[in-house]
Design a protein around this ligand. Structure first.
Ligand code: AMP
Length: 215
């Protein structure tokens, strides 16, 4: 089974992709995570992508399409995958269809994570993670019990993503809004789109996803 998650930054796609991938033995593929790794490595791709990511704009289609092309043909994707953050526009969606056709694969479902903008801004701008164990917190909704200390592993290395500040978040949401409408229409026409209320608590979103996949 191959799945796409569409949704604005902060709509919970990443969390659900991790949960669902474990549950269904699918490979989670987040272009945002893959790009951040390239930036950290200071690779050629990372150097090209860094300034666009920091301002909240999209990285060029060629760069992300190549990253996806490489990833979906690996062995880890044989049983299926969950795409989180790709495609972000129609050109990327068409490129994806072309590469899937070439390896006899197809998209089975597209979930659209629906959520209101003001909640999304708080979800993203308030987000921080533990560098050591990866636990995720939120200044507004789920702060650490002790200030500056991870509840899970006790580390003091808590960090914000560079593009999770309020200014960049607003631009990321604007960019998302502009590009998502045609994508939603594209997958509606193909009868693949399922809308999910992303403001519900995470366990309920997860149940809704699973029941949709099983039907
Ligand atoms: P995300 O973690 O999905 O919110 O992505 C973080 C940033 O990575 C975005 O603001 C873009 O700069 C870049 N990015 C991630 N996925 C894509 C994509 N499919 N196309 C272009 N840029 C992307």
């Amino acid at each position: 089974m191959n799945i796409i998650f569409l949704g604005a930054p902060g709509s919970g796609k990443g969390t659900q992709a991790s949960l669902l991938s474990l549950n269904l033995n699918l490979e989670p593929i987040s272009t945002g995570d893959l790009l951040r790794k390239e930036v950290e490595k200071k690779s050629k791709i990372g150097i090209l992508a860094k300034s666009q990511m920091e301002s909240g704009s999209l990285v060029s289609d060629d760069v992300v399409v190549n990253i996806i092309k490489e990833k979906i043909t690996t062995k880890s994707c044989e049983k299926g995958f969950i795409l989180d953050g790709f495609p972000r526009n129609i050109n990327q969606a068409l490129k994806l269809e072309e590469m899937l056709e070439n390896c006899n694969k197809k998209i089975d479902k597209v979930f659209n994570f629906d959520a209101e903008e003001d909640v999304l801004i708080k979800r993203i701008a308030g987000r921080y993670t533990c560098k050591k164990c990866g636990a995720v917190y939120n200044r507004y909704f789920k702060p650490t019990l002790k200030d500056g200390e991870c509840d899970n592993c006790g580390s003091n290395e808590l960090e914000n993503r560079i593009d999770d500040n309020e200014e960049t978040v607003k631009n990321r949401l604007k960019v998302y809004k502009e590009s998502s409408f045609p994508l939603i229409e594209h997958y509606k026409k193909k009868h693949l789109l399922v809308s999910i209320d992303a403001l519900k608590i995470s366990t309920l979103v997860f149940e809704e996803l699973k029941s949709n996949i099983n039907n």
